[in-house]
Design a protein. Structure first.
Length: 468
């Protein structure tokens, strides 16, 4: 037991600062863009497509393909390294062919829709087309990069993606700084492309080395088998996770839409409060890839043992010898369950005091971060109040995010989809009810209170699936 715990703890402690450094680099990019370009109709056009690109990346890879491929590849690897190589070749070749076209299709649809919202951006037609094409390339390259990250995380090579994420921020900032006098806004998507190409190249070379494959074996596989068991399972589970990603992504849209009916600045106040709520999510979020990889390996061992026991049972029945004991079969299941519950306890012990302190000092924190702008004293107090309500439901939300990784490791994607659909159905109803009594504060109350039954649902589903 200590041997399995030690590498996990070592990876968590060493990856945390690297992951936070990469996210700090992303925040620095946003801060410098605000300083260099300000707020114009052209920057509105840029941020519109950037937000669409971010949503597509989450939908097509980060929230779907990554979460599916890590446990799927861990299962294939538990069979043999050759099975793992076949799995990677099938999925990677599929993504390499499909994703560029899908990215261009979605971005093209978004461009058609944007003509209604941005009739006059102050940009030439060639600049608009260049920006749109740039973000389409950005989406396509990033989806491939997430597949490579999933491969490395499965093999527990966590540090290289984290380091390249930090270096990527420097490349993006330098490219924008050098290109803005000549390309102006077009330098932004170009810089993002360069940053992703750098990461993709480094991760691709590392994946080839780990899998003991040459580059041409991944880029041009000998046989493009679209109907292998791996690709069929991958696509089926990806569809479930895409449904979960859409359901989860619609909740903030619903909150902002309902909040906009309460007058000016309502949506902005919700956004300001939610940005501060992202702090505890960021602190715990950098550990989730490590936990998913570790738990996927344990779950794959359990499935392999189960298949082996089924074969042994058939052999013993045919030979008439006594059946083997089931203690060894349940061992990976017990180890996985114990590891998950240790993670839940760690969340409560570590983040509980942090959230209490965050709640107590939310007023000074809001004043420190937002008190130097145009917000009034009443507005600052209102944001602090909204933040306090959101924090009431933050601990079960953090626990749910951790337990969801345990379900993903077991390939229980239907549970994740069910949880997001429950929230999607109940959230607008509770928003409407609470808004009748508390106005804008009813929206964070709905989010906070829903976190408790959702967490209970996810935890009970995991407990039931843990039974032998």
């Amino acid at each position: 037991m200590p041997k399995t715990r030690s590498p996990l703890l070592k990876n968590l402690l060493s990856l945390m600062p690297l992951g936070l450094l990469g996210r700090a680099g992303t925040l620095l990019i946003y801060a410098l863009l605000a300083k260099w370009f300000g707020a114009t109709e052209g920057t509105d056009f840029i941020y519109y497509y950037w937000s669409i690109a971010t949503f597509l990346i989450e939908l097509l890879s980060a929230a779907s393909a990554y979460s599916v491929l890590v446990p799927l590849l861990a299962e294939a690897r538990s069979e043999s390294e050759e099975a793992a190589r076949r799995c990677v070749q099938a999925v990677f070749s599929l993504y390499l062919i499909v994703m560029p076209g899908v990215s261009c299709l979605f971005i093209g649809i978004a461009w058609g829709v944007s003509q209604w919202f941005f009739p006059n951006t102050g940009l030439s037609l060639s600049a608009e087309i260049g920006i749109v094409a740039g973000f389409a390339c950005f989406v396509g390259i990033t989806t491939i990069r997430w597949i490579l990250k999933a491969i490395l995380d499965t093999y527990q090579v966590f540090h290289l993606p984290a380091v390249t994420q930090g270096v990527r921020a420097l490349i993006v900032i330098a490219t924008i700084y050098i290109g803005k006098p000549y390309l102006v806004l077009l330098s932004i998507p170009l810089a993002l492309i360069f940053g992703e190409l750098f990461q993709t190249f480094i991760l691709f070379r590392r994946c080839c080395a780990i899998l003991n494959l040459q580059a041409r074996h991944l880029l041009y596989p000998a046989q493009l088998r679209w109907k292998t068991p791996h690709t069929q399972q991958f696509l089926r589970q990806c569809l479930l996770m895409m449904g979960a990603a859409v359901s989860d992504g619609l909740n903030p849209v619903v909150d902002r839409g309902m909040g906009s009916s309460l007058g000016a600045s309502s949506v902005s106040k919700l956004d300001y409060a939610l940005r501060l709520c992202a702090i505890p999510e960021t602190l715990t979020g950098v550990t989730l890839p490590v936990l998913l990889s570790h738990w996927a390996k344990l779950a794959a061992g359990k499935r392999t043992d189960k298949k082996g026991d089924e074969r042994e049972e058939i052999h013993h029945c045919s030979s008439g010898s006594p059946e083997p004991e089931t203690g060894q079969t349940n061992k990976p299941n017990r180890v996985l369950q114990q590891s998950v519950w240790r993670g839940v306890v760690a969340i409560v012990v570590l983040m509980g005091p942090f959230l209490v302190g965050f709640y107590v000092f939310r007023g000074p924190i809001v004043n420190l971060l937002y008190g130097h702008g145009e917000l009034s004293e009443a507005g600052l107090r209102h944001i602090a109040s909204l933040l306090g309500i959101y924090l009431i439901g933050m601990l079960p939300r953090l626990m749910s995010r951790l337990l969801i990784r345990a379900h993903l490791a077991r390939q229980n994607h239907a549970v994740v989809l069910s949880a997001t659909l429950i929230r999607l159905v109940l959230n607008p109803l509770l928003n409407w009810i609470f808004m009748q009594f508390w106005g804008l504060s009813g929206i964070p109350w709905s989010t906070a209170l829903l976190s408790y039954p959702i967490c209970a649902f996810i935890a009970l589903a995991f407990f039931r699936s843990s039974r032998p």
